[in-house]
Design a binder for this molecule. Structure first.
Ligand SMILES: Nc1nc2c(ncn2[C@@H]2O[C@H](COP(=O)(O)OP(=O)(O)OP(=O)(O)O)[C@@H](O)[C@H]2O)c(=O)[nH]1
Ligand SMILES: [Mg+2]
Length: 335
């Protein structure tokens, strides 16, 4: 069974609510199999990998076999150290006779190994506090605001939770507008201020408002920033401290969005973010349309922070809980 939203969210002991009738939304989740949608979105990555890694690759096993496997994984942006780890493990198991020297069996074991790696440090999104505070960070244009909108939609519409969005990206007026559109669409509330306002103050006000209204979840959007912009990284630290002061223990979940199309570069940016601020999970966006799907594995091993959600398109249903098994199969299964 694929990981569902209910699996990925830790809602503590909140009782499920009587759900309101869903408003008609032309974009609302279409009942297309989650796996086939994932498979479709990973088609470029899969094509790149399976051109090299077909079962016939393992028909005759010699040094070239392992070299080709290595090349394919590197090409898919799995990263040098992750690739070495995967290939060493598989090679060792085949040499030791733990895996039958048969193309299908070896490939099936490869899928398992990739799934094990992708599952490193798995943890749910912690929304157990009242209110739960989720902070979204990341580089410009990686998909922070869109992902917040989609998360809010699921929480409101599927779980009947009341969500309040905090527009702490005060750099552009358009940023608050974009978030307001998502608030309207998902049925969430919004706290916003003027362009140029102090982002920390917006975060502070959002939590106050959530307490006053009895909201379940507060999601705070932040401006995109590069890890090299030290003033902006300091500002992120300040937003965090304001949140901690306003509600000890918060933020309960800090996510970073990473654009999969940027591959190893996105990973390095996230590593720099992780040095500057605590991170609990990754939202890996834009996995559709990239051949760099292997970055998911590099994030798991090299960043050590679990991928919790993946973006496979621009529609509402295209942000989904990350499932390591489904991911590995979608990446390698040809049929
Ligand atoms: N194809 C695809 N597009 C996505 C995905 N996630 C986000 N996008 C698109 O990426 C673009 C940027 O998304 P935003 O949510 O505005 O990114 P942001 O990180 O908030 O950007 P800034 O606030 O400018 O830093 C938008 O056009 C989104 O529709 C995804 O999973 N797949
Ligand atoms: Mg944004």
């Amino acid at each position: 069974m694929s990981t569902t939203w209910a699996d990925i969210l830790d809602l503590g002991d909140r009782a499920p609510r009587e759900l309101p009738a869903r408003p008609p939304d032309e974009d609302a989740p279409k009942r297309k199999g989650a796996f086939s949608r994932l498979r479709e979105s990973l088609s470029k990555s899969r094509r790149a990998l399976t051109e090299e890694i077909s079962s016939s690759l393992f028909d005759r096993i010699d040094d070239e076999t392992w070299e080709r496997l290595e090349e394919a994984l590197i090409y898919a942006d799995a990263g040098a150290s992750t690739t070495a780890k995967v290939v060493e493990k598989l090679e060792h198991e085949v040499d030791a006779g733990e895996v039958p020297a048969d193309g299908e069996a070896i490939k099936a074991r490869l899928v398992e190994i990739l799934a094990e790696i992708a599952a490193t440090n798995r943890a749910p999104i912690n929304l157990s506090a009242e209110p739960a505070v989720l902070l979204m960070t990341g580089v410009n244009g990686t998909g922070k605001t869109t992902s917040i909108g989609k998360i809010a939609w699921h929480l409101q519409q599927e779980f009947g939770l009341s969500v309040l969005l905090g527009a702490a990206d005060t750099y552009r007026a358009a940023a608050a507008e974009q978030l307001a559109t998502w608030a309207e669409r998902s049925g969430a509330g919004i706290v916003r201020s003027n362009e140029g306002a102090d982002p920390g103050a917006v975060a502070f006000d959002s939590i106050s408002a959530a307490r006053a209204r009895g909201s379940d979840v507060v999601i705070i959007d932040t401006a995109g920033r590069l890890h090299t912009q030290s003033n902006l990284m300091d500002e992120l630290g300040k937003v965090r401290r304001v949140i901690e002061k306003q509600m000890p223990g918060a933020p309960h979940e800090t996510l970073i969005s990473i654009d999969a199309t940027t591959g190893q570069n996105g990973l390095r940016q996230a590593q720099a973010f992780a040095e500057a601020t605590a991170l609990d999970g990754v939202v890996l966006t834009k996995l559709d349309g990239t051949a760099k799907g292997g970055i998911t594995l590099a994030i798991a091993t090299e960043l050590g922070i679990p991928v919790k959600l993946i973006g496979v398109g621009e529609k509402l249903e295209d942000l989904r809980p990350f499932d390591p098994d489904d991911f590995a199969h979608a990446l390698l299964d040809e049929s």
